[in-house]
Structures are given as structure tokens and as C-alpha cells.
Write a protein of this length. Structure first.
Length: 121
């Protein structure tokens, strides 16, 4: 199954090849949560500023399914785009498991892996 991340439905901004750092949080009851994606110098920054205006969200696609968010922030360094941060909010268990289904497919294709945060008490 082909899993991909893109930032526009426009044809000029296709699949992002830069692997993100993904931070997950989940509520204690397990019903809600967030996924924060951080891309360091993603491929899409190679496009012109006119084309970057075509960014309409982050789209996680696999098979005929899609998860999307419009909560995107571009962070600049020395006047140039450097980081792209996107946040997905999950309001219920089905949304959470739908996202995990994407991450399973995406990680198999890209080699992205999961590691638990260690806590220091």
C-alpha cells in the first residue's frame, strides 16, 4: 500500500520525501491525542515562494484513505524557511486508530521507527 505525505492537492507539490520527527501525545483516557510532525528543510522548500502559497494543509494518504490538517507553521532562520511543523488533533478513538493505521503503512515504506520517550524522575 502506497503511503505518502504531501502539503497540497495541487500537482506541483507532490509526495514529501523528507522523513519527519513525529511526537505523539495521548490523553489518560486514550480517547484524544495529538501528533506533531516536524520536517527539517523539507523538499517542498525547494519550490518558489509563489508555489509555497499553494500549501493547503498536510495530507497523510494511503490506499483510498486520508488524514489531513490545516494546522501548519513554517519557521524561518536567517530569512529562509527552515522547519515545517504540522499538528494533528484526535478527538476520539477512531481518529486515533485511523492515524496509527497510516503510520504503520508509512513506517513500513520509509523505515521510520518508534521509540518511547524515557522519563527521568
Amino acid at each position: 500500500m502506497d503511503a505518502s505525505i504531501s502539503f497540497s492537492k495541487e500537482s506541483f507539490l507532490v509526495k514529501e520525501r523528507t522523513l519527519p520527527v513525529v511526537q505523539l501525545t495521548r490523553s489518560k483516557n486514550g480517547r484524544t491525542g495529538t501528533a506533531t510532525f516536524i520536517f527539517i528543510t523539507p523538499d517542498l522548500f525547494q519550490y518558489s515562494s509563489t508555489q509555497l502559497k499553494g500549501i493547503s494543509g498536510m495530507y497523510l494518504e494511503w490506499g483510498n484513505r486520508e488524514v489531513k490538517t490545516q494546522d501548519i507553521e513554517i519557521i524561518f532562520r536567517d530569512g529562509r524557511p527552515f522547519l515545517l511543523k504540522a499538528i494533528l488533533l484526535f478527538k476520539n478513538s477512531p481518529e486515533w486508530f485511523h492515524f496509527l493505521n497510516f503510520m504503520t503503512c508509512y513506517s513500513k515504506e520509509t523505515g521510520l521507527f518508534f521509540s518511547e520517550k524515557t522519563s527521568f524522575s
